[in-house]
Design a binder for this molecule. Sequence first.
Ligand SMILES: *Cc1c(COP(=O)(O)O)cnc(C)c1O
Length: 378
Amino acid sequence: MPDRRLPTLDLKRNYARVREEIREAVDKVLESQHFILGPEVRAFEEEAARMVGVPHAVGCASGTDALVLALMALKIGPGDEVITTPYSFFATASCITRQGARPVFVDIDPETYNLDIGQVLEKITPRTKAVIPVHLFGQMVPVEGLLPELQKRGIALVEDTAQAFGACRQVGDRIYRAGAVGELGCISFFPTKNLGAYGDAGMITSTREDLAKSLRSLRVHGSTETYFHDVVGMNSRLDEIQAAILRVRLRHLQEWNEERRQAAARYALLFREYGLQEQVRPPVEAAGNTHIYHQYVVRCRERDALQAYLEKEGISTRVYYPLCLHLQPCFSGLGYAEGDFPQAEALSRDSLALPIFPELKAEEQEWLVSAMAEFYRR
Ligand SMILES: *Cc1c(COP(=O)(O)O)cnc(C)c1O
């Protein structure tokens, strides 16, 4: 057994930095005995909307629910098509089939791992109702370029912002923030996300008042007045305790995102120092982007053997994602086959997520990179 370990994420270190603030905030909720959709949720919705730069934010129970609610608000259903990426977490596509609509996949850009927006327009049909770009691993898809075409055709842009809270991109003198470009942005506060709650939580940001109003009703069974239902919604609410915790953590988010960026820069430096350019390709931050490194995903030679070697040394890594969405057994009915999206499929074979979190230490990164160098020297 190795005498030290490096996890991919260590939430305990982060909790130690905010323990007092969190306990005070949770205690306030406990004393109030108000647990669902109260003052903490309202305040958090306002603060999150301000940070994203949108007029509306609606809390809900998870990032998955945020996506489902977004498509419900857009009235997407059977017969409709939604264009998205085959390289993402499962919920990005399942929200579409859950609504009875059809996911239409587009391959990714091998540099940024994000949906190749150049291919989106070719996939539009009269049935296309929305496009869901995922700001994967913490950097934005350049979706602003798609807006004019989508608006012209009445196609909604729903950003999956689950991994990119606080990311932005600059084009000329304009700043685009993740979740503020399209009609709707879907955020996850799953504990491992860069802004995580201490349980499940999610949120939808919106630039449109009518959609925000509809979402507020859909999250409480489709009612605007209790016990009177215009539509069938869900039970998907944000707890006061989670909102109180998220308010504390939101105040630190910029600092933590900056620390992630510093850790990413250090990895890139170490790969050069250890002469690993041939074997390891670090993630590319596209021009104009501020990547917040929710994950630090490299492409590497002999991925599986490297991962097993590191695990033996006491270093944990992850594979996001080992099987593309178009090849998932539950989507076999869609008619996709291996070879349809070569860039995404290649990435699922050679990508490796290295440990990254704000409290990651320089010496831990050096330990990891030296172990990688050792592996490739063997
Ligand atoms: C985590 C995640 C979700 C789902 O969020 P949950 O809060 O876990 O339901 C959706 N899309 C992406 C890209 C994610 O990473």
